[in-house]
Write a protein of this length. Sequence first.
Length: 94
Amino acid sequence: MPHPKFFPRGLLSLVLFALGTLGVFLRRNVITVLMSIELMLNGANLAFVAFSIIDTSVRAFSTLPAALVRLSIRSASAASNRALKRCCASITFS
């Protein structure tokens, strides 16, 4: 029999991942797509937490890759934000 705390966390992780996937496929704005990817990562991380209730060896695997992927997405978002500011700063309106 599954652990009673597994189902709500597993269901929430599935909903978060599904909403993030919809956001990636339906939106064209870069910031919204990056936020949707972050939502997908939160759903995957919550799924790891839900599975760690059943098997504790999953917990050690789940934290480091999720943190590394988040760091790379945030740094890419910051780099694109800086490039956008440089591009828009050179535009003059008369």
